[in-house]
Design a protein around this ligand. Structure first.
Ligand SMILES: Nc1ncnc2c1ncn2[C@@H]1O[C@H](COP(=O)(O)OP(=O)(O)OP(=O)(O)O)[C@@H](O)[C@H]1O
Ligand SMILES: [Mg+2]
Length: 384
């Protein structure tokens, strides 16, 4: 038996099936307003009431996805058969929000266990990076790496008292870390709130490093959770639905944030802006919504896995074609194309640090980006 906690506030008594890692029962609810967003009935007579299936899903989705690069070998090394089973071992604590589980008769306090202000073990992260422990018994599982999402190899590290996420690349070009840096530069130039990424090499492999944008007083709620909090009307597109839910829940700045995110995603040809790759921030104490999260995870872009630079690729989350998704941008008056002058040169310079990108490839990517900036400009002229 556990208590689902939000910082030091008991939210619900729950039972976890330790064999499969899911929540088998909600025994009592103490603070329904603090149930994770998207885990209550989204419509009907039970609207707002906790749903065991949704809460269990939310809990298991906190675990490392089964698709994570290298997860099988890492689990074998830890002697654990599923990523879900790592959750109980770190109380489900993460560095993106303030939920955790407290054993029923324990007097553990948030101040003593959270990863924002307490040191955490680096063991799980090292194992996820392929450095195997000498024996199973040596692994300290108190790590935010057991609750990190996404399929790229990644680990949380501490430097100068701050928490940073270090994330690898994939495929032959291992381009994602460089793309994160290029996206940061573009967003800095045109003034879009974003997470800043820098490059780091570890054991000859490239990684991106970014600071945690969540603090002990704020938390990330993904667009997925917000979207699931209400039933979508058949007459609404997913975009209209998300806008409506944000309005109903009092999340400010949705339209401005989408105008900016969809524009940058068009420019970098982002293929993977799924609903967990953007979100909203709220005050973890007052539950007041603060607005959209800064843009993070822009690495699956810039034709990262192909030689066909400039070709049309998949688009997410609202449309399948980039040019169609750009039409959802309602206002481009904020967009300063001059600020992106000579961006191609900076892209080439960043990609020149990659051992896997030839100068020809870097030049082709730079040119394709400049063409897409010009397309945004012509789109904005059409709207005037
Ligand atoms: N700087 C950060 N501060 C706080 N949380 C973060 C930060 N960066 C990422 N996260 C959280 O970690 C998750 C995984 O990171 P990220 O999305 O960058 O990984 P990924 O492997 O590229 O994901 P994907 O599978 O979408 O490609 C994010 O969805 C987000 O919840
Ligand atoms: Mg992601």
């Amino acid at each position: 038996m556990y208590i689902l906690m939000h910082k030091n506030i008991p939210v619900a008594d729950i039972s976890i099936d330790s064999a499969i890692g899911g929540i088998s029962k909600i025994d009592a609810v103490h603070a329904s307003e603090r149930l994770p967003i998207g885990t209550t009935a989204p419509y009907g007579k039970d609207f707002g009431k906790p749903r065991r299936d949704l809460l269990s899903n939310w809990w298991t989705e906190r675990s490392i996805p089964a698709s994570r690069d290298g997860i099988r070998e890492a689990l074998d090394a830890m002697g654990v058969c599923s990523p879900k089973l790592l959750l109980e071992k770190c109380y489900g604590l993460s560095l993106s929000d303030h939920y955790w589980i407290r054993p029923k008769h324990s007097d553990l306090m948030w101040e003593n266990v959270n990863f924002f202000t307490n040191d955490f073990s680096l063991d799980v992260g090292e194992i996820l990076f392929g450095r195997m422990p000498k024996s199973e018994g040596e692994v300290n599982f108190m790590s935010p790496d057991s609750t990190s999402d996404g399929w790229l190899r990644k680990k949380w590290i501490i430097a100068d008292g701050k928490r940073y996420l270090m994330k690898g690349g994939s495929g032959v070009y291992r381009q994602e870390p460089f793309n994160e840096v290029i996206a940061s530069v573009i967003m800095t130039r045109i003034g879009i709130p974003h997470v800043d990424y820098t490059l780091r090499t570890e054991r000859t492999k490239p990684y991106s490093v970014c600071e945690n944008f969540i603090t002990p007083n704020t938390e990330l709620v993904t667009a997925w959770s917000v979207k699931e909090a209400r039933r979508k009307e058949n007459s609404d597109s997913v975009f209209a639905h998300l806008a409506r839910v944000c309005g109903e829940m009092g999340i400010p700045g949705f339209t401005d944030a989408m105008n900016r995110m969809l524009t940058v995603d068009f420019i970098i040809n982002n293929e993977d802006r799924h609903f967990n790759n953007f979100g909203f921030i709220r005050d973890a104490d007052t539950l007041q919504w603060l607005g959209a999260a800064p843009i993070y995870d822009s690495g699956t872009s810039l034709w990262h896995g192909t030689n066909a630079i400039g070709q049309n690729t998949e688009c997410k989350p609202f449309r399948s074609a980039h040019i169609e998704q750009l039409k959802l941008v309602q206002d481009l008056s904020w967009f300063d194309a001059d600020a992106l002058g000579a961006i191609g040169g900076e892209i080439v310079s960043i990609l020149s640090q990659s051992p896997d990108a030839s100068p020809e490839r870097a030049n082709a990517i730079a040119k394709a980006v400049e063409q897409r900036v010009a397309l945004v400009v012509s789109n904005s002229l059409e709207k005037r």
